[in-house]
Structure formats: structure tokens, C-alpha cells
Write a new protein. Structure first.
Length: 363
């Protein structure tokens, strides 16, 4: 496949456009804002306060170049007001309760934020009297996971064992309901809204400090020169660097601008099937890139259920969008570890260098 000039395409698509990003204080949201900044977009973010001093949102000084609103997507009145005041051309919806293990502790809040929060956004857009493309981010975990070797396609059955996965499957049902009821592609000439959902695999990258995520756990242990505690070393995941799905979302937005009816659909973003790795593979590669460290398998008798095997079929994104993964698992882990080793000097420089390196990638 011919390598696409993503930097040029993103500037052509987003320069001087109004882009509303929910969850901009989060890990993925901050990376997305930095790409949009480089593309010349006018950005408005809506999210909760960042949790940590070292969150990427703070390290990149995003509040200096984006209009930043601290708010909860469950505040329907404020959320709608901020969207309508901005009059966005694009909306990227990343705000969520994103953690599987935490969802067992706060299941009701997880369902509320991930499904009703999404409904609040879509309902607000009903009052937006202009053209707008919405890219709504859910997860690869929306599928009813039978833990088989076959990768899941966009038309496979939705489901979810844990509250997080189920809440995101609910969000997909909400999205499809609004798309059919209020933003039907057949009536695009009337409402001028294109609605797409995206389902990405396990994302890694610099600037993630979340609890109970493998990369932050690895980095914290390596920094303290402690053994890395691994819960499920044989679990298989579609690991990918954060820049992979984010460029997929941005590319989808560009395609929606060209053909809003055709691309009002769902798309998977993940690694090539042959590049899916176990948790132990990830840990061992991370240790090798760091230069030292050890890990130990920790058996937790009361641990909540987590899927052991999950693969995504990304052929639709490849064939219809022209997107494809640019980093294999080892390179994705190398990018990630490099970021954590260097962020203390100039986090904005290392982040932008990795973005530019990724966008200039040659196969």
C-alpha cells in the first residue's frame, strides 16, 4: 500500500477548523490535541480536571493553545452550552471512564458516563444548526468476547462481561440509535451531521499514568528499581502505540469531510493480526528497551475477570480509509519507553518529535 502523507492531509483537513475534543485532559485526548495543534486547528476541550501533576495535559501546556473547559459530560446543560457556543466543524468524543478494573468498583458511574454521557453529546448536536462530523471513540472490548482466535469485525455481536466493556457496548447502541433516528445518512442533506464510531485495541504511549494499566505499572516499577508485578502474563492483546488509532480517527474525519454519508459507520483500529502479543512479551520488550529490570507473576485469588484473548479485524479501515498500522509492537514499545526516559527534560519536544517521526514514516 502506498504510504499516505498524513501531515499534509491533516493540515488540509483541520487547519483553521473548529475541533471540539471531549476528554482532552486524558492520555489519548492530550496526544490528539497536540496533533491538531500541529495541523493548525482551533481546539476547544471539555473534560474533568487532570488527575496528576505529570499528566500529559499539564506537561504539554495544552491550556495555552486550546480553549479548555473543565466540566463533566453528565452536566447536560453545561455540556450542550459549550458545544453550541463553539459551533464545531468536528467533534472527537474521548471522555469516558476507561478502566476495566475500576468499573467493578463504580459500575453505575461507568454505565452513566460511557452511555448516557454519549447520549448527552448526541442530543446536544440535534440543536447544532451547521455541518459537523462526529468521531465517537469506544473500544475493542465492545464485542461479545468468546476468547477465540478469530478477530472481531465491525458487524460482530456487541456484548461485555465487565461493566466497562458492557457500558461501551451500550454506547455503541446509543450511537447507532441516534444515527438512525436523528442523523440518518439518507437524510444527510437535512441535518448535515455525519456520525462514526471507532473501536481501538490496547493503546500504549508516553504520558499515561493511569492506575491498573500495564505501561504505567511497568514504568513506575522500573523507576523504583522494583520487580514489575504481572497479573496475566499469557493474556493476548492488540497492543498499539497511541498514534496509531489517533491518526485513524483523524483520517476518518478527513474521509467524512469528503463523503459524510459513506463514512457514517464503525471502524476497528488495531495492529496487524500477526503482531498481537502477550502481556509477557510486552513486559520483556519494555525491560530490554529500558536496559534493566525484572518481572514476577502475581496470582490474585480475588481478581475480577479480565479477558484472556482479544483480536481485531482491521481490514475495513485498511480498505475503506487507506489507513494501516505504521509501528509494529516492538517499535511501539520502543517509542513508549523512549518517551518516559526523556520526558523530564522537555516533554513537548519529545512528544512532537515522536508525532513528526510517525507522520513521516516510510515502510
Amino acid at each position: 500500500m502506498e504510504v499516505m502523507d498524513l501531515k499534509k492531509l491533516f493540515k488540509e483537513t483541520y487547519k483553521d477548523k473548529k475541533v471540539f475534543v471531549t476528554g482532552h485532559t486524558g492520555f489519548k485526548g492530550a496526544w490528539l490535541c497536540q496533533i491538531l495543534k500541529l495541523a493548525g486547528a482551533h481546539i476547544k476541550g471539555y473534560a474533568l480536571e487532570p488527575e496528576h501533576e505529570n499528566d500529559l495535559y499539564n506537561l504539554l501546556n495544552i491550556r495555552e493553545y486550546a480553549t479548555s473547559v473543565i466540566g463533566n459530560i453528565m452536566d447536560e446543560v453545561k455540556f450542550k452550552e459549550e458545544i453550541l457556543n463553539f459551533q464545531p466543524d468536528f467533534i472527537f468524543h474521548l471522555a469516558a471512564q476507561p478502566l476495566v478494573r475500576l468499573s467493578y468498583e463504580i459500575p453505575v458511574e461507568t454505565f452513566a458516563v460511557n452511555s448516557i454521557g454519549t447520549a448527552n453529546l448526541l442530543n446536544a448536536i440535534r440543536s447544532l444548526d451547521k455541518t459537523c462530523n462526529l468521531i465517537l471513540i469506544t473500544t475493542d472490548k465492545v464485542y461479545e468476547n468468546k476468547e477465540w482466535v478469530y478477530p472481531y469485525r465491525e458487524n460482530d455481536r456487541l456484548g461485555g462481561y465487565d461493566p466497562y466493556s458492557a457500558s461501551k457496548a451500550c454506547a455503541e447502541i446509543v450511537i447507532n440509535s441516534f444515527r438512525q433516528s436523528f442523523f440518518n445518512p439518507k437524510d444527510y442533506h437535512k441535518h448535515k451531521k455525519s456520525i462514526a464510531s471507532t473501536r481501538a485495541g490496547n493503546v500504549i504511549g508516553g504520558g499515561d499514568w493511569s492506575k491498573d494499566r500495564i505501561i504505567p505499572d511497568i514504568v513506575r516499577a522500573l523507576q523504583k528499581e522494583e520487580p514489575i508485578k504481572v497479573r496475566n502474563p499469557r493474556a493476548v492483546r492488540p497492543w498499539q502505540h497511541v498514534l496509531e488509532p489517533l491518526t485513524g480517527y483523524l483520517l476518518l474525519g478527513a474521509r467524512m469531510l469528503e463523503n459524510p454519508v459513506k463514512f457514517a459507520d464503525s471502524f476497528n483500529f488495531g495492529p496487524f493480526i500477526e503482531d498481537t502479543r502477550t502481556v509477557q512479551d510486552l513486559v520483556e520488550i519494555a525491560i530490554s528497551k529500558w536496559g534493566k529490570g525484572i518481572f514476577e507473576h502475581v496470582e490474585l485469588s480475588d481478581a475480577p475477570h479480565e479477558a484472556g484473548l482479544l483480536k481485531l479485524d482491521i481490514n475495513k479501515a485498511i480498505s475503506e480509509l487507506g489507513w494501516q498500522p505504521r509501528l509494529n509492537a516492538e517499535k511501539a514499545i520502543e517509542y513508549t519507553i523512549e518517551w518516559y526516559r526523556q520526558f523530564g527534560t522537555n516533554p513537548e519536544e519529545i512528544t512532537e518529535r515522536q508525532i513528526n517521526s510517525y507522520l513521516a514514516w516510510k515502510n
